[in-house]
Design a protein around this ligand. Sequence first.
Ligand code: FAD
Length: 290
Amino acid sequence: MKIQEYVSLANFTTWKVGGPAEWFAEPTTIHEIKYLINWAKSQQINCQIIGAGSNLLINDAILPGLTICLKKFQGSAINSNTGIVEANSGEPLPTLSRRVAKAGLHGLEWAVGIPGTVGGAAFMNAGAQGNCTSDILQSIQAISLKGGDEFRLSQKELNYSYRKSRLQKEEFLVLSVRFKLEAGHDKHSLNKVTTQNLQQRLNSQPYDLPSCGSVFRNPKDNKAGKLIESLGLKGFRIGGAEISKVHANFIVNSNDATANDISQLILVIQEKVKQSYGILLLPEVKKLGF
Ligand code: FAD
């Protein structure tokens, strides 16, 4: 594993924006992850984590410190009798969704269209179609970015709610996630539902352009996309960032957008929705380097 200097993070986010990381590494083992955390400590620099970068707005400027990308830390162990699945944090959610369906395990069919990693899903409590990660997550194995040994936290200890978790307040790196799924289901029906779920999303969301999925959290008893669409904002743009014509809660990078274009567009949407409805839309997307 190399620790590289000044690596463009635009290639590591689904929005395709972001400046260079001062230091950057892609570990493939726990041993390498521990080495990186200790290395950052010895250099007295900050450490930040990215998964698949599918929920991240990274600033255009240099991102100081070490950025650890976990996308290559993949792998999962699936027990088709007990329904227990242990996945490394870099395992892609769509891959895991397909694999467990093939093993006759029910409970992850909704995750097939979410282009994040297992660690990112545990951090964000990712969800779709009325399901979310915390429904099926039993525990995680983590390590502190300040150093020390691995430890396990149960679902209860992670204080999950809508797109929120205790992990968002701590400096922990999720190493792996243990899921409990329902065993003994028909593989063909699970595969069919999983494929249908993906198709539904491809039909209703702009998968053809770089995005970060839904930009804003849905306010209580409302939909962020509906509020934005009702103001005629679909297609509105700042620089290369555009409110998707397909789904108003998506901002797409339609033409070499910068993080600044996207940031400005987020502010304009917040202002317009606040003025018209008195509702402050809160971003679901996480920011790095701002
Ligand atoms: P990243 O974007 O890389 O990181 C997000 C945050 O998690 C960062 O703060 C990062 O530091 C932290 N993090 C990541 N991995 C770890 C780790 N191992 N340990 C500690 N912290 C970590 N989301 C939904 O909930 N539902 C959807 O239906 C949905 N649809 C989407 C559709 C599209 C087309 C796209 C582009 C995105 C969509 N998303 C959706 C958003 C995104 O995929 C999820 O939030 C996903 O869980 C983020 O995972 P990631 O690995 O990309 O995390």
